[in-house]
Design a protein around this ligand. Structure first.
Ligand SMILES: Cc1ncc(COP(=O)(O)O)c(C=O)c1O
Length: 400
């Protein structure tokens, strides 16, 4: 209960007097707690819930090893140089840093809408798909609501759910790394406001089929928003993979989250977008900070989209390398999923995954150990060759 009382002047550690209203909950001002991730909380009246937020752990940079060029295969970045016109557009836009960007990303929105053959009102640009996902949690979740998502999947999902104070309902993936749709349906109840799906799934790489999504959507209440996170869809080559746009046209409560970070190789500029029913799109625009997509990001995305055919050719090249690399690792004796992203997933017990990551680091290649395995982004041949060698020795040492 928050009792009221008279304001008092107190001296803060900065020596400027500040006015605070002391009340029955004052004791928490003095409470200093260390959360399990080592943060101090509540010294400054921060939310208690922060202590329970799962941390976002970014992919590690590569360790240095004498005589070896370092490679980072830990963040699913695109290792190819930007397309020529894109590099020029970035250089031009960077010349006028004093002006705010177009807050509506007018040209980018128009081009995406034309490209996807939807109305401009259905396109919401943001600083990466991350901002779209964050906005989706912002317009749907609060205390007393729940969000359902597969797990393991993109690490931001539980962080964003925690940020909104919603109940997290992670549904374990099936043994083979695919979404457990009956499990996801069973996790939905009348508190559920948001469902997140990821195709291809990060980190397992497996994607959702059209039949799976159709069957699932038939079970979800029509007013509950379902997000299909398609950050990696350009790399998918399996004919069964759901076509997000076709699904979007069928289901008004389906929202697509897409990005220029992966196939378009613009992760450092931060630009992505949502495709949503205009009512949902309007709500998303309400919570996204103005000017979040920089001028440079806007022109780079416009230019890259105009070269989408080239982007797709490159994505399919990456996919071909991925399939060969996955097969090589299988031949070496590892268990590797049929990934549809720009990465492969090696299933390993946690201790082995740790050792594998360390063995790659010793070769100046950063890969990503996660719960249940190691994720390796597709990178230059030299980097993949080093991982192949590590895999061969590693598998041999495990069978010796
Ligand atoms: C599945 C998935 N969704 C969304 C994102 C966010 O991408 P960005 O914010 O760079 O657009 C990522 C990034 O790695 C991802 O793996």
């Amino acid at each position: 209960m928050r009792a009221t009382s008279q304001p008092v002047i107190v001296r803060s550690h900065t020596h400027f007097p500040t006015i605070r209203t002391f009340s029955a909950w004052t004791p928490c001002v003095a409470r200093h707690r260390m959360c399990k991730y080592g943060h101090m909380s509540n010294r400054f009246l921060l939310r208690d819930a922060l202590a329970e937020f799962p941390p976002y752990v970014p992919g590690k940079p590569p360790a240095s090893a004498p005589g070896l060029k370092p490679y980072k295969l830990s963040s699913n970045e695109n290792h190819l140089a930007p397309l020529p016109g894109v590099a020029d557009a970035i250089a031009d836009a960077g010349r006028v840093p004093a002006n705010y960007p177009d807050p509506k990303s007018t040209k980018l929105v128009a081009d995406i809408a034309a490209h996807l053959d939807v109305d401009e009102a259905e396109i919401v640009p943001g600083a990466g798909a991350s901002e779209i996902l964050s906005a989706l949690t912002n317009i749907t979740l609060e205390a007393g609501t729940s969000v359902v998502y597969p797990w393991p999947s993109f690490e931001m999902y539980p962080i964003l759910a925690s940020a909104r104070g919603a109940e997290k309902r992670p549904v374990p993936l099936l043994e083979d790394g695919r979404h457990d749709f009956p499990g996801l349906v069973a996790a939905i109840d009348d508190t559920t406001r948001l469902i997140l799906l990821c195709s291809p799934n990060n980190p397992t790489g497996l994607s959702i089929s059209t039949a799976e999504l159709d069957g699932f959507m038939a079970e979800v209440p029509a007013e509950v928003i379902v997000v299909l996170d398609e950050a990696y869809f350009e790399f998918a080559t399996d004919a069964e993979v759901v076509d997000g746009m076709a699904a979007y046209r069928k289901f008004p409560n389906l929202v697509l989250a897409r990005t220029f970070s992966k196939a378009h190789g613009l992760a450092g500029l931060r630009v992505g977008f949502g495709v949503a029913d205009p009512t949902i799109a309007t709500a998303l625009r309400q919570v996204i900070a103005p000017f979040s997509v920089t001028s440079t990001a806007q022109v780079a995305a416009v230019e890259s989209l105009s070269r989408n055919d080239e982007v797709l050719v490159r994505a399919k090249d990456v996919a071909a390398t991925r399939d060969q690399f996955a097969q090589d690792l299988r031949n070496a004796g590892l268990t590797v999923t049929d990934s549809q992203g720009n990465y492969v997933w090696v299933s390993l017990p946690d201790d082995d995954a740790q050792d594998f990551e360390a063995a790659c680091a010793a070769q100046a290649v950063a890969v990503r150990k996660l719960s249940g395995g190691v994720r390796i982004s597709i990178g230059p041949d030299e980097a993949l060759d080093r991982v192949r060698e590590v895999a061969t020795k590693f598998a041999a040492s495990r069978t010796a």
